[in-house]
Design a protein around this ligand. Structure first.
Ligand code: PFF
Length: 469
């Protein structure tokens, strides 16, 4: 790369695989199924799909447009408009740190489970739940896996946008699809699996509360990598010929397909074995090995294949999270890529150690009633991403010029985008109001009030003090 010239994606396929790689991750395969389980199944899925269609898709398009227009990552993109807006980008960088404060821990678990699949995990099915609890609470093992996982991320991101992130996405994403389809087919062929399909696709509205909406909205942002400048950053590496609306649609469709596929891979089997759908974050790590334990000799191989898929999905997402911080340091602080990657990863490693230990030896240490793992998770998922998305919508709708947006979304009038006015009305009026309502109702009824107030105060403090960052 020439000095000073911005990196670019090598091809359209490469960009889509990288952006879809960012979107499709632990959010789809680890978190979506357990949230669905905890929030009553079908009704949660319907609300989630509504959030994707009416909010997520438009925000993704807006992030691509802002990124490509400014040619800068989140902080720079906002800042190039006005110093006052810097905080919205800084919030994104902070979100990247928080998410990377627990994501590599779970990424590490997925690697450990590839190995565990072959080392006797499946031979005592009754003990699978206890094995998981024991493993994540262990003070050493998960940390080793987390460290290995982070090192792989560092190696990819240090190689840059097209040589590292794009190359990884092009191979890993198609493999993920194939692996997941295999597992879903297996799940559906287990006798008694139809109750799981009914749970997924027959909504029971009696379980819906304000919390369900906030959970669905937060999950939509988390799953699509929105509300923290990640897609602004990826959009900034995009060349001017690419059509933004069709790319956004493809990425959103892929992400949603994988989430539903993960549901279909898990719930039918879960019901067939008479397990509890609201099992929480351990769901994937407990249900999937149970499924494969019933398969006899080839069980371990299938189980390993599944956890390879989970690891792949996680990896292409966490590289994008790391890239958000790296791009900020390169754009705004004029750092070179490699030192930026190494420095960032060290800070993330420290956060991950806290998160991992909070599930075991440090479980007594809490802030606002939660340990470090939940602190990072809840703060980003329940506040930062949704508010980040709302700020982006307000910024795009009220502060950018409408003609500039039209120019960006139609490539200077070269391509058609018939829904421009609809998109614009959604971004300018409907989405900020919708997010405002869901956030208000959700935050006022949530159990962790102290944490929510802390998060909101943090945003205010950033808004006042982060102009110079
Ligand atoms: N979308 C990722 C997932 O579903 O696992 C997580 C994520 C990646 C969130 C990048 C936010 C982000 F900027």
């Amino acid at each position: 790369m020439e000095q000073g010239k911005r990196e670019n994606w090598g091809s359209r396929f490469g960009f889509i695989m990288a952006a879809a790689g960012s979107a499709v991750g632990l959010g789809n395969i680890w978190r979506f199924p357990y949230l669905t389980g905890q929030n009553g199944g079908g009704a949660f899925i319907v609300i989630y799909l509504g959030c994707i269609l009416f909010i997520g898709l438009s925000i993704m398009l807006a992030e691509f447009a802002v990124g490509r227009r400014s040619g800068l990552a989140a902080v720079g993109a906002y800042k190039s408009f006005s110093d006052r807006w810097t905080f919205a980008g800084v919030m994104g960088v902070l979100s990247a740190f928080f998410i990377m404060g627990f994501y590599p821990v779970v990424g590490g678990w997925s690697m450990a489970y590839i190995v565990k699949s072959f080392t006797g995990l499946l031979s005592v099915p009754e003990a699978i739940g206890d094995v998981f609890g024991g493993f994540i609470g262990n003070p050493v093992q998960p940390l080793i896996w987390m460290a290995i996982y982070l090192v792989i991320n560092v190696l990819i991101v240090a190689r840059g946008v097209s040589g590292g992130i794009e190359a990884a996405g092009k191979i890993l994403m198609p493999s993920l699809f194939v692996l997941l389809i295999l597992v879903a087919i297996k799940g559906l062929t287990i006798p008694g699996s139809s109750a799981g399909l009914a749970f997924l696709f027959k909504p029971d509205w009696s379980l819906v509360t304000g919390q369900t909406f906030l959970a669905a909205l937060g999950q939509a942002f988390f799953s699509l990598s929105l509300g923290m400048g990640c897609m602004i950053t990826y959009g900034s590496y995009l060349n001017k010929q690419e059509k933004l609306p069709s790319n956004a649609l493809i990425v959103v469709s892929m992400d949603t397909t994988v989430a539903l596929l993960a549901g279909v891979a898990m719930f039918p089997a879960l019901f067939a074995f008479g397990m509890e759908p609201a099992a929480g974050p351990g769901l994937v790590f407990v249900v999937i090995p149970q499924i494969f334990a019933q398969m006899g000799g080839i069980g371990p191989l299938f189980s390993a294949v599944f956890f390879v898929a989970l690891f792949i999905a996680a990896l292409t997402s966490s590289v994008s999270l790391l890239e958000v911080v790296v791009a900020y340091l390169m754009d705004q602080k004029k750092m070179q890529r490699k030192p930026a990657v190494y420095g960032t990863a060290v800070v993330m490693a420290v956060l991950c150690v806290l998160a991992s230990l909070s599930l075991g030896v440090m479980s007594g240490v809490t802030v606002f009633g939660v340990g470090a793992f939940d602190f990072f998770d809840i703060l980003t998922d329940k506040i930062f991403l949704a508010i980040g998305g709302m700020l982006l919508a307000i910024f795009t709708g009220w502060f950018m010029k409408k003609e500039d947006l039209k120019d960006e979304l139609t490539n200077g009038g070269v391509v058609q985008f018939g829904l421009f006015e609809v998109w614009y009305a959604l971004i300018k009026y409907i989405i900020p109001i919708l997010i405002g309502i869901v956030a208000f109702v959700g935050i006022t009824s949530i159990a962790q009030k102290g944490l929510m107030i802390f998060g909101l105060l943090l945003i205010v403090v950033l808004a006042i003090f982060s102009k110079k960052l």
